[in-house]
Design a protein around this ligand. Sequence first.
Ligand SMILES: O=C(O)C1=N[C@H](C(=O)O)C[C@H](O)C1
Length: 302
Amino acid sequence: MHHFSNASTTATTADFSGLWVPLVTPFRAGAVDHVALAALARRLGSTGIAGLVVCGSTGEAAALDDDEKLAVLDTVAAATPELPRMMGLAGEHLGHTLSAVRRLASRPLAALLVPPPSYIRPSQDGLHTWFAAIADASGVPIVVYDIPYRTGSTLALSTMRALAEHPRIQAVKDCGGDAGKTRALLADGRLQMLAGEDAQIFSLLCEGGTGAIAASAHLHTDRFVAMMRAIREERLADARGLWQALVPLIDAMFAEPNPAAVKALLAHQGDLADELRAPMTPASAALRTRLLAAHAAVLSPR
Ligand SMILES: O=C(O)C1=N[C@H](C(=O)O)C[C@H](O)C1
């Protein structure tokens, strides 16, 4: 594994604390619905969130072509120019992925959200090379998207520690499923830890995590923001009350592949059409019933 001593790898440390919402990409009749996207970005932007993630897994980025991804980013930037944006950058071909980094250089971004390449399962050295090459090419910080159950690759703790030496690799969206690794990285302190599993937001923040990237926070966004603020201000009883009411909704949100549930609820409140791109499918009728009950229960708990 190489070490980063090169002058071209200097960078200032960004602050990723707070709630980031990974935007769904609305579709209508097969095309990106930019009107709904802009309205959704504006609504979320007024809730006290830290920023928006564009073209993450929730944004069905795998079903968008390169031009569509840039158009989605530009619509969000025009709708909420003051709000920080992180751009998802998934790929399997290093050359194409580096081209995408260069294409994005003209767009103001808070960070690139980068998972390991999917399907090919490289060695730890290979994973290190992947992130180092992207971080070297990028002008903005990198948030490592650690999600082995989607990518097929597990980033070892030693690899994460080596990546933390790169000045532009500054945070982790933690879906790693390894509490020991998470705690070791929290103790290490060089990488800001963001909860990437919505059900783990409360515990990660209490253990020293910085923030969260949470698809379920498309709904009841202000409650997520208030809960996270209460933890930060060490008002634990308040935080628990806000959190516990959200848990059944969060569980329902991931009962079928994301973002089906998010889109079903947003469609129910008129924000967008309930459309996903193949191979993703809309929520089942049974899940819709469960979602509506969980959504209503947050508003009027028993
Ligand atoms: O798009 C994201 O970023 C998120 N993706 C996760 C997933 O679908 O695996 C869920 C998380 O809430 C945000």
